[in-house]
Design a protein around this ligand. Structure first.
Ligand SMILES: N[C@@H]1[C@@H](O)[C@H](O)[C@@H](COP(=O)(O)O)O[C@@H]1O
Length: 251
């Protein structure tokens, strides 16, 4: 893993995505949540002001709530349109179908679609305060594929801020599995704020364990963790990561 501690995570992630596009990326993996919002803002700015083009690129998503139609204000399909795809020249963005009558069949179909559209060249990720990535809650199989998951009480509480009340937060989701996520050629996780410090410490320096699904990135051959000082504050070896990044060949 490469760990980047920076005051401007959105610039670092946007730089990585711009470089992957320049190197020929054709499939992006998009994440929702507040963590990547500034990155999308920066990518849109680069598109409008610097000519960064997403032409010829398609995208898949990490997850979707079961039971929310794609035009629901809190559906992840809508989130991606609002924060990113409506503002750039990207091709298709394929959302999981949270309204399918048979949600598991929709999840299976989505896993197949990712294989057809993919492989994902660069997958953006956030991390939940309990260490989840996508919606792979603790105890998720490390080799899981896209499937239905039941959200923990903690995740529903964390996400209640986006809904009028906690009762409106769906209990079930379709999420790429950890195995699906790890099929991406480059996984880039962004986290900011003190609330993510424990999750980042567990994902980066804890054991590779289903108890912290984000720790699967230790196993991924090309994972970058981009964090601000607050999210890095519980990393034991932060100084070493800074040293490695500052002395990166080619930097
Ligand atoms: N399913 C999403 C994740 O993809 C996201 O990374 C995480 C953190 O969200 P946030 O960035 O808002 O803290 O939780 C959400 O529920």
């Amino acid at each position: 893993m490469e760990i980047v501690i920076t005051d401007h995570p959105e610039q670092v992630v946007a730089d990585i995505i711009s470089a992957e596009i320049a190197a020929g990326a054709t499939t992006l993996g998009l994440a929702t949540g507040s963590s990547p919002v500034d990155t999308y803002k920066e990518l849109v700015r680069r598109h409008k002001e610097e000519g960064l083009s997403f032409a010829g690129i398609n995208a898949v998503m990490l997850d979707e709530y079961v039971g929310l139609p794609p035009d629901h204000p809190e559906s992840y399909a809508r989130f991606i349109r609002e924060h990113f795809s409506d503002h750039v020249d990207i091709g298709e963005v394929y959302p999981p179908d949270g309204m399918a009558e048979d949600a598991q069949a929709a999840a299976d179909a989505y896993d197949e679609l990712i294989k057809e559209v993919g492989p994902v060249d660069v997958q953006i990720l956030g991390i939940g305060s309990n260490g989840h990535i996508g919606f792979n809650e603790p105890s998720s199989s490390l080799s899981s594929r896209t499937r239905i998951k039941t959200l923990t009480a903690k995740t529903r509480e964390d996400n209640a801020r986006f809904f009028d009340s906690i009762d409106e937060v769906p209990r079930h989701v379709i999420t790429q599995g950890l195995g699906t996520i790890c099929d991406a050629k480059h996984a880039v996780l962004v986290a900011t704020g003190e609330g993510k410090a424990d999750a980042i410490a567990a994902a980066v320096e804890g054991p590779l364990s289903a108890s912290c699904p984000g720790s699967i990135l230790q196993w991924h051959p090309n994972a970058t963790i981009v964090v601000d000082e607050a999210a890095a504050s519980k990393l034991r070896d932060a100084d070493y990561y800074r040293y490695v990044y500052d002395n990166k060949p080619g930097n």
